[in-house]
Design a protein around this ligand. Structure first.
Ligand code: BGC
Length: 741
């Protein structure tokens, strides 16, 4: 008994020692532990503080800069370097894994708090599906919004995001993801807006500006060439300078020109350097050539390795903690390896943005009740309605609501909330309306039968007995999404999508029910392109719904029943098969990105994809006539305007997207056949005609001349095509010249 007691005592003591040791380690590894003499906030006079800066009016650039410099003058080197990293500690990460059980970014992730100078931290909330914090409104994923081709809708979305972030204490939205969709297998395809640089630029600027109007900083990410998931932290993307400038950077430049507050560097390497350590990307192009005034943060945890190199390259903020910066960076400056001016520049960039955003007057108030306000959920539904793409319709849709006695909804995804991946962009709404729920609400429960589809015989019977069948097929977070290496099980955590086609079970299900009932509609749930060759001719209609957000089921029901006329347009190309795409290699550590992908590749090769970039049907038809240009010759600094009559030739009101493409038939250098250079969504009543005019600045015809390191507009002949998609048959083409006189 005594021995047992002794053993228990010893074990107890050991336990206490271990706990103490763990606590010490946690404290010791906290990069900002507040202990005198170590790496901490310095004592000092603190004569001028952040709170001394006047508020309630927009300060001019010079004033902002002046106050930033005054604060900088108050700071020691260590304080400056503190501004350059996130405030998270190892404890925050442990808490996330244990106590928070993976509920990520519930509260703002902070960076650069300085109590002595009263400098507030940046409060990061992720996106782009909405606001990640708490239980915010879950919108359709970004790719769906790309399919809306609707700048105004993006503005309204951004307005909601800005309000919901402010109501929850955030000041920075990490949701302006504009990595170009090079290949549909990319796991994070859902977070971007499409395959085309022009579309990406236009739509991202619209939402970013609306977010920033609420004094929430935007963050353009992931700069640059981040479009393979499973090797994202290691892969080196090799790209030639011209392709980089013309294909992978224009949308980032558009955001920089529109004064997005910050950039986030990507995890991957570009031409040998990690993006966060790439002097070429950060300093030479973004800061020097583009004259960008905001700050650059790293992607989280694995975005910086060599602190010295990153600081010299122009990375201003390491997120969300201190690993490469902190004491090591202080030491590098003290040893003369990093000039003090580099630190000052980074801190000034951070301070200027903090001052600008904290002092500007707010346009509205942000009470907590703003989050998921009724008009926000209504907007989530409208976004879904305007982004769902009707790919094919043999006249089956819309279903006649009155005559419809029963609908069989089949598929394992039909009655499950399916909002997209479970990575950093996950939004956590308390409710989600599934397809089955949306239809039951619209038609009454009695008319809607749900069959999960695992039992094919049952699904067949249900299909046979119903007036119409809806198959909900596609993917969820286990098939595609952000890949989290700590949870390597592919069953749980996304990664790149394995196949362009649907899973075998989905394909079998479609073929089985369509054989019983040709009045079958397939609804695809996916981030991007899905090949449809095997079954498309057997079904009456195909809709691409993406991950349609918390109101997706209602939006879908509205479209199925014709209460809503579908108007989404593909923001990418749907190929017939993988041979119509560039290679996708997510195992090699070095990959090459060439100049062509999506519609530019298909057009260059003369391939006809299954559904062209810009394609989308509706329940009415539109005709295009009388195209004209306002001039036959334009100077290199001038603008040419293309106009066309668009008529709604059907019996229902509807919306279409008029698209403008520039062509380069006389170019002396290799160029794409045509490139998107304008678009406008127009609403037309039955029989109505509108003349739509789309301007094109001649400078936007330029190619990047690597030898001259400059953009060059050739003085030669060009074409402008207007129409309903990138498909040649859908376009009306006119010619003009760029001349010097
Ligand atoms: C993602 C970023 C995200 C960051 C913070 C990273 O894993 O790549 O897109 O903003 O986490 O949540």
């Amino acid at each position: 008994m005594r021995t047992l007691k002794k053993i228990l005592k010893a074990l107890g003591a050991l336990f206490l020692v271990l706990v103490a040791l763990a606590a010490f380690l946690l404290w010791w590894t906290h990069p900002k532990r507040p202990v005198t003499g170590t790496f901490v906030r310095e004592a000092g006079a603190g004569a001028f503080k952040f709170t001394d800066i006047p508020r309630g009016r927009a300060l001019g650039d010079e004033e902002v800069d002046g106050y930033a410099r005054k604060l900088l003058a108050e700071m020691t080197l260590r304080q400056k370097v503190l501004q350059m990293s996130g405030d998270s500690s190892l404890w925050d990460v442990l808490k996330l894994i244990t106590i928070d059980k993976g509920k990520y970014n519930d509260t703002p992730i902070t960076a650069g708090a300085d109590t002595r100078l009263a400098i507030p931290p940046i409060g990061f909330s992720d996106g782009p599906r909405g606001v990640v914090m708490n239980h915010s409104t879950a919108f359709p994923v970004a790719m769906a919004r790309g399919a809306s081709w609707d700048r105004d809708l993006q503005r309204r979305f951004g307005d909601v995001v800005g309000k919901e972030i402010r109501a929850q204490g955030g000041t920075l939205w990490g949701g302006v993801c504009v990595n170009l969709l090079r290949h549909p297998s990319w796991g994070r395809a859902q977070e971007t807006l499409g395959e085309d640089p022009y579309l990406l630029g236009e739509l991202s600027v619209a939402s970013m500006e609306a977010v920033q109007a609420h004094n929430v900083m935007g963050c353009a990410k992931h700069y640059a060439l981040n479009s393979i998931e499973e090797t994202r932290t290691k892969v080196d993307v090799r790209v030639d300078e011209r392709t980089l400038r013309e294909v992978y950077l224009p949308h980032f430049k558009r955001l920089a020109d529109a004064e997005v507050a910050s950039f986030m560097s990507a995890y991957n390497r570009v031409n040998g350097d990690y993006s966060g350590e790439s002097r070429h990307l950060l300093r030479e192009i973004l800061k020097e050539e583009w004259g960008y005034r905001g700050f650059v943060m790293s992607d989280f945890f694995m975005g910086v390795y060599d602190g010295k190199k990153a600081a010299l390259a122009g990375l201003d903020l390491e997120m969300p903690w201190t690993k490469a910066y902190g004491p090591a960076l202080v030491a590098a400056v003290e040893k003369g390896e990093v000039p003090a001016a580099v630190i000052d520049e980074a801190v000034l960039r951070l301070l200027r943005r903090k001052i600008e955003y904290a002092t500007r007057p707010d346009p509205v108030a942000y009470p907590p009740t703003v989050v998921r306000a009724a008009e926000h959920t209504a907007l989530a539904r409208e976004v879904a309605e305007k982004s769902i793409v009707l790919l094919k319709n043999d006249g089956l849709l819309p279903l006649d609501e009155k005559a419809l006695k029963s609908v069989a909804v089949v598929g394992r995804l039909a009655d499950a909330p399916n909002l997209g991946d479970h990575g950093s962009s996950r939004v956590y709404p308390p409710d989600t309306v599934t397809v089955v729920e949306g239809l039951r609400e619209a038609l009454g429960a009695a008319r809607v039968v749900h069959e999960p589809g695992a039992d094919l015989a049952r699904a067949r019977r249900a299909a046979k007995a119903a007036d119409a069948v809806v198959v909900v097929a596609g993917f969820d977070h286990s098939d595609e999404g952000e890949y989290i290496p700590e949870k390597p099980s592919r069953d749980e955590w996304g990664g790149d999508r394995e196949s362009l086609a649907l899973k075998a079970a989905d394909r079998e299900l479609i073929l089985a029910v369509a054989a019983e009932n040709p009045r079958t509609v397939v609804v695809l749930i996916a981030a991007s392109a899905v090949t449809v060759e095997e079954w498309r001719e057997k079904v009456g209609a195909i809709l691409l719904a993406f991950y349609p957000g918390e109101e997706g089921g209602r939006a879908f029901a509205g479209i199925l029943l014709g209460r809503v006329n579908p108007s989404g347009r593909l923001p990418f190309t749907v190929p017939k098969d993988a041979s119509q795409l560039p290679p996708f290699d997510n195992t090699s550590l070095s990959v090459e990105y060439g100049p062509y992908h999506g519609y530019t590749l298909a057009q260059k090769k003369g391939w006809e994809p299954r559904y062209a970039f810009g394609h989308g049907l509706g329940y009415t038809t539109f005709s295009y006539a009388n195209p004209a240009l306002d001039t036959a010759a334009v100077k290199a600094d001038g603008t040419v305007v293309a106009s066309v009559d668009v008529t709604n030739t059907g019996a229902r009101a509807g919306e279409t997207v008029v698209q403008l493409y520039a062509g380069f038939p006389e170019s002396k250098v290799d160029r794409p056949v045509r490139l998107l250079r304008g678009f406008e969504r127009v609403a037309l009543a039955p029989g109505e005609t509108k003349r739509v005019s789309l301007p094109l600045a001649a400078k936007d015809l330029a190619y990047y001349d690597v030898g001259q390191k400059a953009w060059v507009v050739e003085r030669t002949g060009y074409t402008l095509s207007v129409g309903s998609s990138s498909r040649p048959a859908d376009l009306l083409t006119l010619e003009f010249r760029v001349t010097d006189y």
